[in-house]
Ligand binder design. Structure first.
Ligand code: NDP
Length: 340
């Protein structure tokens, strides 16, 4: 058993506002030969996700902050190259939270490593439609928003990893779907995915204009809003909500780089009169849905009801650029870095 060279990324300093490439530093390291109870893994794919921005602040949250100079963490898929653990063998496919690096050696439980069965899906899908973002869409829509057949569903960030999955699950459940995304190319993708009404929010650069577009798309109002973006989208959704509408608040990416507190929606009084249910959620709270999610997703992908797009950047060197790309709208579907 030999050590593997492994380049990886750490924070050089905490980003202020929109992260920049010099907020990151590359670390030349190695993945040692595994000691008793450890496995050595060569990562083939790593994920960049918007929530990682929250871990770059030095503050308490549902996951601890990244430390300056220490390797970043995130979802990854790889193959075992050497094992000193009874449950893992060379060649096994594993998912872990040991991303942002080419290879690693650790006890599986220390990095959340799980051995994955072989499926017909590409390995990269384990970080997207069949992984954390997919489960986020599934749990958020079906449990948190308690989706019902025939609902009118509005989803923002609809051309991204979570949003595109939300839109398609809602179509599978016979709902009318309104999706918003930035730019014509992304809106064309949404139409290809069967979204009924698309809103290019970048063509509606005032709140009034965005609201007008949503009112036109949903003249009778919306029953469900799946929020990935926050800000004007959330305010417009409250304005267009039908009585008893349900909101699954998944993320607010428009605010992740804010340097000042962001004002809330001005129309929150409507939450009372319309009796809205507005519920934030974190995907890990709904881990019990994983078996149902995997069974449904495998079925939907096989039948062609669920499509998935990936935007792939090549090589560990491109990881910060891939991450920054999330805030520049550079991805269609899941943003990934291919490592080997
Ligand atoms: P995406 O694949 O959707 O990528 C991010 C997209 O966000 C970009 O492509 C861009 O699309 C859009 N975006 C970026 N900046 C802005 C902005 N200022 N205003 C509006 N849109 C913007 O990411 P994910 O699917 O991985 O995540 C989507 C959301 O879900 C995020 O808010 C994320 O934090 C959240 N999330 C929450 C989880 C939970 O447990 N609650 C778990 C996983 C994700 P465009 O070009 O259309 O602007």
């Amino acid at each position: 058993m030999t050590a593997l060279n492994s380049k990886g990324w750490a924070l050089a300093k905490r980003p202020v506002g929109m992260p920049k490439s010099d907020d990151f530093q590359m670390i030349d390291g190695e993945a040692a030969a595994p000691a008793n109870g450890e496995i050595q893994v060569q990562n083939s794919w790593m994920s960049v996700d918007p929530y990682m921005r929250g871990r770059m602040y030095d503050r308490e949250s549902y996951v601890p902050p990244f430390q300056i100079g220490e390797l970043l963490q995130g979802g990854a898929v790889g193959r075992v190259t050497a094992s000193a653990h009874p449950d893992f063998s060379e060649g096994d496919l594993v998912t872990s939270m040991a991303g942002w690096r080419e290879a690693w050696t650790a006890k599986p439980e220390a990095v959340g490593a799980t051995k994955m069965p072989s499926t017909e899906l590409p390995d990269s899908a384990l970080l997207g439609v069949a992984g954390m973002p997919g489960l986020t869409a599934y749990a958020g829509l079906l449990r948190v928003a308690a989706l019902k057949e025939g609902d009118t569903v509005f989803v923002s960030g609809a051309a991204g990893a979570v949003g595109s999955t939300v839109a398609q699950i809602a179509k599978i459940k016979n709902c009318k779907v309104i999706g918003s995304a930035g730019g014509k190319e992304k809106c064309d993708l949404l139409k290809e995915l069967g979204v009924d009404e698309v809103i290019d929010y970048k063509a509606h650069d005032t709140y009034e204009s965005l609201l007008g577009a949503l009112q036109k798309a949903a003249p009778k109002g919306i029953d469900v809003y799946f929020d990935n973006v926050g800000g004007d989208h959330l305010e417009a959704a409250i304005e267009c909500a039908r009585p008893m509408a349900r909101f699954a608040v998944c993320g607010m990416i428009s605010q992740y780089n804010a340097t000042e507190p962001v004002p809330g929606p001005r129309n929150m009084i409507q939450i009372v009169g319309k009796q809205l249910s507005i519920r934030g959620f974190i995907v890990s709270t709904h881990a019990d849905m994983q078996p149902d999610f995997m069974a449904d997703m495998a079925k939907w992908i096989k039948s062609g009801q669920m499509q998935f797009e990936e935007t792939v950047m090549e090589g560990i060197e491109s990881a910060p650029e891939a991450f920054l790309g999330l805030f520049q709208g550079r991805n269609r579907g899941k943003m990934l870095v291919k490592l080997a």
